[in-house]
Write a protein that binds this ligand. Structure first.
Ligand code: NDP
Length: 332
């Protein structure tokens, strides 16, 4: 069985030499445990933070140990009550082919209700992030004008569509290619969208939102956050979900340089962690599941095949190679 290890702490952008795919024997489950053959592994932006040796809301990856993260797989041996061989489970021991874990650290998922990879994305962690971030953290109200960055990604594409389905007056998105911008407009129903690489974000946002924005859902930070603050209406709300433009920087960003506008505009800027919003999960699953079934919410996934390509998938996601959730498939 192979697993990806972090072997050096990246300085700035991670490089392939910071990782190694290593063999380890597969042990049999003890009492209360299950052995899972992983079928889909999640690669997520927050994992970049775990590669640094700093205290944060999740502990850093340990060097020369298997990395971990979201995964879905099939139970191939079980010593746990209530979980049978052949069941599918969502759990936290990704980045490896086989996972041995206490059954209590897994959730059984139904492969007939949704494709297995959806439990990592649209119906999983990133989906709940979008739903909770928009509705609870940003206090979205019908009639709001909403701007979301990273809008063709897993979280962002769902934020924009939930806002539209919940009656936003206008939904604006930014993404890193013209093709992604077209997807936002043609398939996801955004009212306006722009490629942040084709000009200053502040100018493009001002053009897309001439009357200003009520909500900014931040996945990016830096220049995007500064542009959004400049474009906010009075009493606007900013949900700070992520700042991916900063994760590989070695120097702090000078932006936003206009934070003083928070006062006159009486803005609310609030950070979020999806784990604080688990209570919303049943409502999220019901509502988003319904939208997927009736075709009103669309989603893409970028699937990279093979454990040996796991690190490339992660690095590709950081550079924008993905549209929607980036997953690694180990399924045949
Ligand atoms: P995505 O699917 O959005 O993938 C990351 C995307 O970020 C890339 O596709 C790329 O798209 C974009 N990107 C990379 N670098 C930059 C840059 N310098 N400027 C602008 N965009 C950039 O990932 P997720 O949906 O999983 O995550 C989105 C954000 O949400 C991240 O910031 C993540 O950390 C955060 N997050 C936070 C959670 C929380 O609990 N707070 C939970 C889950 C996610 P492009 O081609 O458009 O550049």
């Amino acid at each position: 069985s192979r697993a990806w290890h972090l072997v050096a702490r990246p300085q700035g952008w991670p490089v392939p030499a910071d990782f190694a795919l290593r063999e380890a024997p597969v042990a049999q489950p003890g009492p209360g445990q299950i052995l899972v053959r992983n079928l889909y592994l999640s690669v997520d932006p927050y994992m970049r933070g775990r590669m640094n040796d700093v205290k944060s809301y999740v502990p850093p990856f340990r060097l020369d140990q298997p990395m971990d993260g979201g995964a879905v797989g099939e139970v191939i041996a079980s010593e746990a009550e209530g979980i049978a061989v052949g069941d599918h489970v969502l759990h936290g021991l990704g980045w490896r082919e086989y996972a041995l874990l206490d059954a209590g650290h897994s959730v059984v998922v139904d492969p007939k209700a949704a494709p297995l990879s959806a439990y990592l994305g649209v119906l999983g962690m990133t989906g709940l992030t979008a739903y909770a971030g928009l509705l609870e953290v940003a206090s979205f109200q019908e009639g709001d004008t909403v701007f979301v960055s990273g809008a063709a990604g897993a979280v962002g594409s769902q934020v924009g569509q939930i806002a539209r389905l919940k009656g936003a007056a206008r939904v604006i998105g930014s993404a890193g290619s013209d093709e992604k911008v077209r997807l936002l407009l043609d398939e996801y129903g955004f009212h306006a969208a722009f490629n942040y690489k084709s000009g200053p974000v502040a100018d493009q946002l001002a053009e897309a939102a001439p009357d200003g924005i009520d909500v900014y859902f931040d996945n990016v930070g830096g220049e995007h956050l500064e542009a959004a603050i400049g474009c906010m209406k009075v009493h606007g709300r900013i949900a700070v979900c992520g700042m991916i433009s900063q994760y590989n920087e070695t120097e702090p960003s000078p932006a936003p340089r206009n934070l003083a506008q928070v006062i006159g505009k009486r803005l609310r800027i609030q950070g979020m962690l999806v784990n604080d919003h688990q209570a919303l999960r049943p409502q999220f699953t019901a509502e988003v599941g319904g939208w997927i079934r009736d075709g009103s919410l669309h989603y893409r996934e970028t699937v990279v095949r093979g454990i040996e390509n796991g690190v490339d998938a992660f690095l590709g996601m950081l550079r924008g190679a993905n549209t929607g959730k980036m997953v690694v498939s180990l399924a045949d």
